[in-house]
Design a protein around this ligand. Structure first.
Ligand code: X2X
Length: 342
C-alpha cells in the first residue's frame, strides 16, 4: 500500500469514528443508564468476516430499536476460547449468544450435522430450500431440546474447499494419507477417513499455527474464511472440492432468551434473522471475487470433479452409516432436497 493510500485510509477511518461518536452521543440520553439486558455474543471468526460485520449491524439496530434496553457485546475471533469452550459457555449462561457451525453444535445435537453430509448439496437453492424449510425446522427443534434457542435463519459459512501445502487434490486418490485438519466433528473425521485421508480434529483457533508449524499439511474451509483468516500465508494449493455445505446456527442460551419480554424478543429475532439473510448475500458475492484475490496472494486453485470422491465414500459405506446415525426421518428430509444419497 502506498503512503498516500495509507494516509487516505487512516483519515477515512478517523472520520468514520468521529461520525459514530456523534451517532452514539445523539442516542446517549436514553441509554445513560446501563442496559436492562446486557448480553455477550462469542464467535470464532475474524472481525472482517461478513458474519461479524452483519452481527455488529444487528447489535446496533437492537440497541436502537429497544431504546437501549438490549445491548449485545460481540467477542469475535475466539477471544472467549475455542468453539468447545464457547459451546459450554452458551449452555451454562456464561455467554448468551454463540454461532456454532453445524459441525460444531453437532457434538451436542448430533442431527445438526445433517447438512454437512459429504457432496449432498449441489447449490444454494437446495441449501436454503432445505435449511429454511423442513430440514432446518427439524434441526432447530432438536437444538431446542438442549435448552438453546436457535434463530430461524441460519447464517452462511459456505461450501468447504481443501487447501494444502503439499499438492493439489484432483481426485479421491490424492486424499490418500493426507494429514488434514478438520473441525471437532465426528462427521468430518468419518468422511475424510472414508476418503483415505488422515484427519485430525482441532478447534479453528489453532488452525493457522498448526499449518504454520506443519503439525498438519492441509485443512478445509470455505473460501471467505481462507481469505479473512489469511490461511493463504501458510498454504500453497486450494482445490475447490465443495465437499460439505456448512452454516452457522445463531443460538441463544434458553434461559437468557426466555428472560426477554415478548416485545424485545421480536426486536432481537427480527434484527438477527434479517442480518442473517444479508450475510448470506455477502458470502454469495464474496464467492464471486475471492478466487481471483486468493490467486493474487499466491494460492494455486484447481477444480476437481466430485464423482471419484462420491464413489469412494459409497464404497466405504459412508452414506449407509450416516443414514443410520441420523435416522430415517432426518435423512428423508435431506433426500427430499438433494435426491437419493444412499
Ligand atoms: O472450524 C472451522 O473450520 C470453521 C471456522 O469452519 C467452523 O466453524 C466449523
Amino acid at each position: 500500500m502506498s503512503l498516500t493510500t495509507a494516509i487516505t485510509r487512516r483519515s477515512v477511518l478517523r472520520t468514520l469514528s468521529a461520525v459514530s461518536a456523534v451517532g452514539a452521543a445523539a442516542v446517549l440520553p436514553s441509554m445513560a443508564r446501563a442496559a436492562e439486558f446486557s448480553y455477550k455474543y462469542g464467535n470464532n471468526l475474524p472481525v472482517t468476516h461478513p458474519l461479524n460485520i452483519r452481527a455488529q449491524q444487528a447489535a446496533d439496530r437492537i440497541l436502537k430499536e429497544s431504546n437501549g434496553r438490549v445491548e449485545i457485546k460481540i467477542f469475535p475471533n475466539n477471544q472467549l476460547g475455542g468453539d468447545t469452550d464457547m459451546l459450554a459457555q452458551v449452555r451454562s449462561g456464561g455467554i448468551e449468544f454463540f454461532t456454532p457451525s453445524a459441525l460444531v453444535i453437532a457434538t451436542l445435537v448430533p442431527v445438526a450435522a445433517i447438512n454437512a453430509v459429504g457432496f449432498a448439496f449441489s447449490d444454494y437453492q437446495q441449501v436454503w430450500g432445505a435449511m429454511d424449510g423442513k430440514l432446518g425446522a427439524h434441526v432447530r427443534d432438536a437444538i431446542s431440546k438442549s435448552r438453546l434457542y436457535a434463530f430461524e435463519k441460519m447464517w452462511d459459512n459456505g461450501f468447504r474447499q481443501t487447501t494444502s501445502s503439499k499438492a493439489p487434490i484432483n481426485n479421491a486418490k490424492d486424499m490418500d494419507g493426507l494429514k488434514i485438519r478438520v473441525p471437532v466433528s465426528p462427521l468430518s473425521i468419518s468422511m475424510f477417513k472414508g476418503l483415505g485421508a488422515a484427519p485430525t480434529s482441532l478447534q479453528f483457533s489453532e488452525v493457522y499455527s498448526a499449518l504454520q508449524t506443519k503439525i498438519v499439511d492441509a485443512q478445509e474451509n470455505p473460501l471467505p474464511i481462507i481469505q479473512v483468516a489469511k490461511l493463504y500465508e501458510v498454504q500453497k494449493f486450494c482445490s475447490l472440492t465443495n465437499h460439505i455445505w456448512d452454516g452457522y446456527w445463531f443460538v441463544a442460551n434458553g434461559r437468557a432468551w426466555d428472560r426477554l419480554p415478548a416485545d424485545l424478543k421480536t426486536i432481537v429475532a427480527r434484527a438477527i434473522n434479517e442480518a442473517g439473510l444479508q450475510q448470506r448475500e455477502d458470502i454469495k458475492k464474496l464467492n464471486e471475487t475471492v478466487v481471483t484475490d486468493l490467486q493474487s496472494k499466491g494460492l494455486a486453485i484447481n477444480r476437481p470433479q466430485s464423482d471419484t470422491f462420491r464413489a469412494k465414500l459409497r464404497e466405504a459405506g459412508f452414506y449407509g452409516e450416516w443414514k443410520g446415525r441420523f435416522g430415517d426421518e432426518a435423512w428423508g428430509l435431506l433426500e427430499q432436497s438433494v435426491g437419493k444419497l444412499a
